[in-house]
Design a protein around this ligand. Sequence first.
Ligand SMILES: [Zn+2]
Length: 288
Amino acid sequence: MSGVGVHSGKKVTLTLKPAPINHGIQFRRVDLPDSPRLSAHFNRVVDTSLATVIGEGGCIVSTIEHLMAAFAGMSVDNALVELDNYELPIMDGSAAPFVRHMREAGFKRQSGAKCFLVIQSPIHIREGDKSVRITPAPHFRITCTIDFPHPLIGRQSYSLEVTDRCFEKEIAGARTFGFLHEIEYLKRFGLARGGTLENALVITEKGILNETGLRFPDEFVRHKILDSIGDFSLLGLPILGHVEANRSGHAFNHAFLKEIFARKDAWETRTYHDLQEFGQFNPQLLAV
Ligand SMILES: [Zn+2]
């Protein structure tokens, strides 16, 4: 896939390649000497202010969240992502183009034991009016609530059990959004250089600038779900639990990942075979 980075405005080509069992999702900068690799893991996150950025030793990969959501939403555990610049292409601002290309390439089931992070007791963080919590559940459910004092948005809430089919149909197509005054401010500082009406919903005081309108009446909260799926995938293991995020964003989700990791008493890892034995198996976990 080729496109431009939404913040850098730089052209980039992205290639998704198969990877062996237990490889996880890794990024490889083919434009740098020795083509350094970076794991998509929360302990590699170096910035979350405008997008999720991972980095190590002078090598960074920026705006990974929509591709990470596509991997998690389609149950892809192992892949190598090669790119020839530092920021992923924004495509149409959603995860749909990534999912479409993955579908065209096809998926392969591997024989290793799939491992899950199973939440055993609730974990939550709160800061002002923002909060995130996770509670035990036999599947991965995510509920997001946003509240913007705007006639087109207001309070929106959306909840779904993350399986491949519903991710592709209900979430993958929801586009990123921003308020016009914020975008103008970012552009003044040399950011949002690649941002256009082709890859973002631009919100004005009364409506949106995009003439083609919304893909879903509640596209905004659906995109928050998409972002959260991408953020939570940085734990490195699929989660069995119910995430409830209230007015959260990349930075707050990232703080929550650190909290989950620190609370080792509240979760354990189990393989698919363990879950079958304990009667916790949900057939949708293996859906492809
Ligand atoms: Zn996003």
